[in-house]
Every structure is written in structure tokens, then in C-alpha cells.
Design a binder for this molecule. Structure first.
Ligand SMILES: [Zn+2]
Length: 163
């Protein structure tokens, strides 16, 4: 295993180890300091995802972001955009980032903090079909992965600030 530290803008300083040495691309990690998933994450129910194919309606997500996540999905429904979502799962995963460039990153993914979700990974075009949802998520404090300068990821939404 390899040990890393990282100052997360919302979580603070965390220390973590990778499963492998040398670490693999997207390697599984365990936190040894600064973050305890079970004390900061909990299941949040998203009624708009109930019965939707390829999706889970109970998401294990950071407690401080539950309300803005629920509000964003309610707004997506209100705007008639729900049918755009064809897949929403794999929210919480303790792993390193997986830059779409394929380059190795030693930084922890925001999925490891319950701060990110991926939508429409199954659309065959890298999540570009999410575009109409992006303004809603951005309004409620998320960053859209397509705007990442280094390795854009249109399937990915992550919390930029707690509202
Ligand atoms: Zn993601």
C-alpha cells in the first residue's frame, strides 16, 4: 500500500492508503485519518429515481449535501427533464480518481467522500446526454465534470459547496 495526504476543500486534511503498491489507476483506498464515511454519510432517498432502470433511489451520500441533492432532483422533475436520466448508480466508492485521460491520479475521488454521482454512463457518448441537467445541478452547488479542464467527464457531478 501507498500512503497519501490531501487537503480536501470541503472535508479538510485526509490521509489514506491504497490497496496496491505501486497504486493502480483508480485503486481502492482506505482512510486512516481525517474522514470516517460512517459518521459523515447516510442514505438519502431520491423519489424521482424509484423504479428507474439502471438506477438506485437510495444513495449513500454526504449528510451535509442531502438537501441540495434532493432539491436538484425535484427541480429536474419539475422542469420535465427526468426522462433524460437513463442510469444513476455507483455513487459511493472509496477509490482514487479515474481521469478520463487514463493518466494515474493519486488524489481521492469525490465518490470516496459521498460527494459525487455519475449519470448516464450507459449513453454511449460519455455522458453528453446529461447536458440539460447540468444547469440545475450547478445551481444547487455541484460542479459538472464536463467542465474539468484536465480530463472532462460529462457523466460526473460533484458537490462544490454545501448550501
Ligand atoms: Zn464520477
Amino acid at each position: 500500500m501507498s500512503v497519501y495526504s490531501y487537503e480536501h476543500p470541503l472535508i479538510g486534511k485526509v490521509t489514506y492508503v491504497t490497496d496496491h503498491n505501486p497504486p493502480l489507476y483508480g485503486d481502492t483506498i482506505s482512510f486512516i485519518n481525517g474522514f470516517e464515511p460512517s459518521s459523515q454519510l447516510a442514505v438519502v432517498h431520491i423519489p424521482q429515481l424509484v423504479g428507474k432502470a439502471n438506477s438506485e433511489s437510495n444513495l449513500y451520500f454526504h449528510i451535509k449535501a442531502h438537501r441540495q441533492l434532493q432539491t436538484a432532483f425535484a427541480e429536474i422533475e419539475k422542469q420535465g427533464l427526468l426522462d433524460i436520466i437513463t442510469q444513476c448508480n455507483s455513487v459511493f466508492k472509496m477509490r482514487l480518481r479515474r481521469p478520463t485521460s487514463g493518466y494515474f491520479s493519486s488524489l481521492p475521488s469525490n465518490h470516496a467522500f459521498g460527494l459525487a454521482l455519475d449519470i448516464n454512463q450507459n449513453d454511449g457518448e460519455g455522458g453528453v446526454s446529461c447536458a440539460p441537467l447540468a444547469p440545475v445541478f450547478q445551481y444547487y452547488g455541484f460542479t459538472w465534470g464536463k467542465t474539468f479542464s484536465m480530463a472532462p467527464d460529462a457523466t460526473h457531478f460533484e458537490i462544490k459547496k454545501f448550501l
